[in-house]
Design a protein around this ligand. Structure first.
Ligand code: ADP
Ligand code: ASP
Ligand code: MG
Length: 422
């Protein structure tokens, strides 16, 4: 017998038939003798719809009220799943974020989980009841509802798994595992049987939205075993958790499995960044701090930064990227400080895309970045900015070339699945 937390995403919960299927998957896990808690997302598209209502209500909406509105999508699906489970004869009940409670900090719309009171949940699971918990939501110390940022139900599931000391956290979604790149973009993407926490963390943070980045860092920190699986299976298929998904493992476990290491594990694309250039900035100490200090103070995360070599005039151009959603705010902030910074022009471009290649294999291999630059150059794709880490190389390119670049790199690093017909 194991204790398992199962998480179902928006597409898996989109409508009566799909929730019924989810209920059957959950019922089978319990029937196999396991203690089960389920974390659910809102129905696909519902959170977007609710966010739109907030925007229509007031462009400068109160984030605390935004949380009250957007958290409601998960309340609906958790109640419905409990009903479907009861209809199958299972003992089940919903536990809203405030009922568990799931304690978070007060950063509305991007709150962090601080603690989960797990005693009552564990008692309920032990008694054979299935605990159904809405993902994405929590409660501040002042009893206000919070949400964890888009895609946050993954993080709720991992946090619940850590709190109830589950043997595993199974993330059920609309693909049957983590692939070498988004299988909806590259048909030849290959499913990975295992991926390390570190690689998954990098992949998620550079745009592979199959798992929310924070869920991976939490799983890594708490040592939660996470598996990615498909909920789109037939009733007569083998038990869902025996189907091959992707297991997230430590570096040491991967070594023990003696799996052949690829140079690159995966490729991700991110269309959520924008590029900003300040021209003819005085090349003197303190200027970069004058540019980036206020952005940091406003919680705007700057990612790639390039400063051109100063020419003899003592001036330089500074280019950087920031989240597209923060572009207008960032530009207004820089414009307001034009005199302090002393730049000539402020230029922005939001039609850019960041393409990243990730793999622990690159630690022991030189030339990964050079291969990337050459493959893109051979197809005439211009690189606007570059950043690297120990296990990742990212380049910024024109947004229109995103899909092409991902395909080219997937082939260049030998990741394409063998042709079925071959
Ligand atoms: P859920 O609603 O279940 O949380 P998401 O839409 O958040 O599902 O995440 C699943 C999607 O992630 C897939 O449909 C797929 O298009 C996308 N995706 C992006 N990169 C990858 C990858 N490397 N492997 C698998 N899926 C990926
Ligand atoms: N429903 C939320 C969202 O769409 C949380 C989630 O599904 O993970 O972002
Ligand atoms: Mg998701």
């Amino acid at each position: 017998m194991a204790r398992i937390v199962m998480k179902f995403g928006g597409t898996s919960m989109a409508g009566t038939e799909r929730i019924r299927r989810v209920a059957r998957i959950v019922q089978r896990q319990q029937a196999a003798g396991h203690e089960v808690a389920v974390v659910v997302s809102a129905m696909a598209g519902e959170t977007d719809r609710l966010v739109n209502f907030c925007r229509e209500a007031n462009a400068l909406y109160d984030p605390a009220e935004y949380d009250v509105v957007v958290a409601s999508g998960e309340q609906v699906t958790s109640g419905l799943l409990a009903m479907h489970l009861q209809a199958l004869g299972c003992k089940a009940r919903s536990w809203l974020g405030w009922q568990v409670p799931i304690h978070t900090d007060g950063a509305h719309a991007k709150a962090r989980i601080q603690e989960i009171d797990s005693d009552r949940l564990i008692a309920s699971m032990r008694s054979g009841e299935i605990a159904v918990i809405p993902g994405f939501q929590g409660l501040t110390e002042n009893n206000r509802v919070t949400t964890l940022g888009r895609g946050g139900s993954d993080t709720s599931a991992v946090a619940v798994a850590a709190a109830v000391e589950a043997d595993r956290c199974d993330i059920y979604t609309d693909v049957d595992g983590v692939y070498t790149t988004d299988p909806r973009i590259v048909a030849k993407a290959r499913k990975l049987s295992h991926v390390t926490y570190e690689e998954m963390l990098e992949l998620a943070s550079v745009g592979s939205k199959v798992l929310q980045t924070r869920s991976v860092s939490l799983a890594m920190k708490e040592g939660v075993r996470v598996q990615v699986l498909s909920s789109f299976i037939d009733d007569d298929a083998p038990a869902a958790d025996t189907l091959p998904g992707t297991m997230i493992v430590s570096d040491e476990e991967l070594e023990e499995l003696e799996m052949e290491r690829q140079l690159i594990t995966g490729i991700a694309a991110d269309k959520n960044e924008a590029k900003v250039t300040l021209t003819r900035v005085p090349d003197k100490p303190g200027i970069v701090a004058t540019i980036f200090g206020p952005l940091a103070a406003a919680s705007i995360n700057v990612d790639m930064i390039i400063q051109n070599i100063s020419k003899d005039k003592g001036e330089t151009d500074v280019t950087f990227t920031l989240p597209r959603a923060d572009l207008a705010r960032g530009l207004a902030m820089l414009e307001a400080r034009k005199d302090d910074i002393g730049f000539n022009r402020l230029i922005s471009d939001s039609k850019v895309s960041k393409i990243s290649v990730v793999g622990v294999g690159m630690r022991s291999h030189a030339g990964v970045a050079a291969m990337m630059f050459k493959a893109l150059a051979d197809r005439g794709i211009n690189i606007l900015a570059i950043t690297t880490s120990e296990i990742k190389v990212s380049v910024l390119i024109d947004e229109d070339e995103t899909e092409l670049a991902v395909r080219i790199l997937h082939t260049a690093y030998g990741l394409d699945a063998a042709d079925e017909a071959a």
